[in-house]
Design a protein around this ligand. Structure first.
Ligand SMILES: C[S@@+](CC[C@H](N)C(=O)[O-])C[C@H]1O[C@@H](n2cnc3c(N)ncnc32)[C@H](O)[C@@H]1O
Length: 471
């Protein structure tokens, strides 16, 4: 529930009585709500990514400080809660939601979010939404918006989700209350080993963590800056797990000179740990040729490249999409990295094979939902089998390219078991190592031999890592 969005709206007062009727004066433009509304339009009409669209809108409206915080809270909050908000709205309109004009539906979502998930007074949530309808050329829907929002205002989030959950399974009830699709809640419960008909306490914590703003993590690239120097330069705190991690408590990472000078980068600590596990997995024999099979945009390649220098190894990075291969080139400019472009499944074998291969596979990204407000509703459960089939083929390619005795790190930014454990279980010709040993000092890694990180446990993205040694 928002603590931020408790500011009374900027409005003109009600018309005084006993005076001749005056033409209605338009309400002053509420730029924070207008920016939030435009964000919703961009997400629903143009498939925009909210985190990419918002900064331009804040700049366009000249918003800073509390106004920017309000626009962000209302925009991101509404996008995150959209599926449950739609179920509430559907119960209060006299037609299918598909028959409500899309712009008006976005106004309803914004109003409903303010009513149910912020401390904004009810009358203000309704009145500002009706004003916004007029500002945005949707004035003809003012009466409709007013009537629907007044119906919604009779209860709060808990009350509405209780009503929607009558007779539902514990999993559906949790999905509604945490504003996630039920299939995502089911995947998290499965990954956490919780009984879907039980109390789902940890699944609840994992889903709630998706609504929290992630801290920015920095990586001090070995050989380019020490962590101590990065701590001093950024004012951040020591990351608890990666020897290169600094966690910032706020502020813009681009304001840190070491980041601008490419001595340090922005990288989730979980991603750092997976790159480190790739480099540190036990290996006998030659250890000189490392391959990052699906490298774009190159965050893990950069850390691997920095580690490779210290270890006398050389990194090859492959990426399917040329524009993303270009990002890898930029990310790895300080090091000697061989960049290839093409489908990893048809990458030619290296004479003698690679010693270490990182496969950071394309996935649903369910482990980074806190970074992508719209992603939980845009992803579909139908996406999973297709991705899982691609992941299996990529893992087979990784095992073809690594030498016997060499190691493949299979990594996803998703905890969905169909993309993690099931893909690894179906791989042949390799032995599964206990990956927990490659995550020293990290607690609560689960029963092994694979590793699953979680935002609510580790403050990182929900990265999965399996280490496979080729027979
Ligand atoms: C999860 S991302 C990798 C993130 C990267 N390791 C990092 O840390 O910055 C997966 C990448 O695989 C690429 N990809 C998808 N299909 C591929 C394929 N068949 N062959 C090679 N790369 C592929 C995607 O374009 C994407 O850049």
């Amino acid at each position: 529930m928002s603590r931020l969005a408790d500011r009374p709206p900027r409005r003109t007062g009600p018309p005084r009585r006993n005076r001749p009727a005056q033409p209605r004066r338009p309400a002053p433009v509420d730029h924070a709500r207008l920016a939030a509304y435009q964000l919703l339009r961009a997400v629903s009409a143009e498939d925009a990514y909210a985190n990419l669209a918002l900064p331009a809108l804040l700049a366009e409206h000249g918003l800073g400080g509390r106004d920017a915080a309000l626009a962000t809270e209302l925009g991101y909050g509404t996008v995150r809660a959209a599926g449950t908000l739609d179920e509430v709205i559907a119960g209060c309109v006299d037609r299918p939601l598909a028959d409500v004009e899309p712009a008006v539906l976005d106004l309803l979502r914004l109003g409903t979010y303010q009513l149910l998930r912020t401390r904004i007074p009810r009358h203000a949530a309704v009145a500002t939404t009706v004003d916004l309808a007029r500002t945005t050329d949707n004035g003809r829907a003012a009466g409709f918006l007013n009537a629907v929002l007044r119906k919604i205002a009779v209860d709060d989030w808990q009350g509405w989700t209780d009503r929607l959950a009558v007779g539902a399974s514990p999993l559906r009830a949790l999905a509604l209350r945490s504003a996630h699709p039920e299939w995502v809640a089911a995947a998290f419960a499965d990954a956490l080993g919780e009984d879907p008909s039980g109390d789902l306490a940890e699944t609840r914590a994992a889903l709630q963590a998706d609504d929290e703003r992630p801290q920015t993590h920095l990586v001090a690239w070995p050989g380019r800056i020490t962590r101590e120097d990065l701590l001093a330069a950024s004012g951040g705190a020591t990351g608890p797990y990666s020897p290169f991690a600094v966690r910032m408590s706020g502020g813009d990472p681009a304001a840190v000179a070491a980041v601008r000078e490419r001595r340090a980068g922005v990288q989730d600590e979980g991603s750092q740990l997976c790159a480190l596990a790739t480099a540190n997995a036990p290996l006998s024999g030659r250890d000189e040729r490392w391959l990052d099979l699906c490298a774009g945009p190159g965050g893990k390649t950069a850390l691997l490249a920095a580690l490779a220098v210290e270890r006398g190894a050389r990194v090859t990075a492959n990426e399917l999409h040329p524009h993303r291969a270009e990002l890898v080139r930029k990310a790895t400019a300080p090091w000697d990295v061989e960049i290839r472009e093409g489908d990893a499944r048809s990458l030619p074998e290296l004479d003698g094979g690679y010693d270490r291969v990182l496969l950071d596979a394309p996935c649903t990204g369910l482990g980074a939902l806190r970074r992508r407000p719209e992603a939980r509703w845009r992803r579909r459960t139908e996406d999973v089998p297709e991705l899982a089939a691609l992941q299996a083929e990529l893992l087979a390619a990784a095992l073809r390219l690594v030498r016997p005795g060499g190691v493949v790190a299979y990594v996803t930014c998703s905890p969905h078991p169909a993309e993690t454990a099931a893909v690894v279980a179906a791989a042949s010709g390799a032995e599964l190592l206990d990956a927990r040993a490659a995550f020293p000092g990290v607690d609560a890694l689960g029963p092994g031999p694979t590793v699953q990180l979680w935002p609510h446990r580790h403050g990182t993205d929900a990265m999965f890592c399996a280490l496979l040694r080729k027979r």
